[in-house]
Design a binder for this molecule. Sequence first.
Ligand code: AMP
Length: 126
Amino acid sequence: MPIDATQPYDDENIFAKILRGEIPSSKVYEDEWAFAFEDINPQAEIHTLVIPKGRYVSWDDFSAKASAEEIAGFVRAVGHVAREKGLVEPGYRLLANVGQHGHQEVPHLHVHLFGGHPLGPMLMRR
Ligand code: AMP
């Protein structure tokens, strides 16, 4: 079920629990600003999620409220993970779903990193 991205941050969301180490994840990378782990239900050969450590519901929340340091740290972490996975030369796709129409299911900002093969057209036809 897609979430309402205008809701307040819920500390019990599944990615908050992953950040606190309360549930397991396949960790790929971690620094002061970000945590990356493999998606539990991969939609491509490589499907990694990168999340900020701060309490942000969505890209909207993050872009409006995060500090310049948090934004820079998060964006650099996404790029770092893609480079570490060898995805720059073949190419890759980033996706951040927001709210109902974006079909966001987890109310903690996450960027999907897809790669490993040609990914096809950007969106399903309406
Ligand atoms: P979204 O629709 O953008 O909110 O995507 C949520 C993503 O989180 C989906 O691709 C799920 O497969 C993934 N996901 C949900 N729970 C977990 C989990 N415990 N560990 C890793 N990925 C998860």
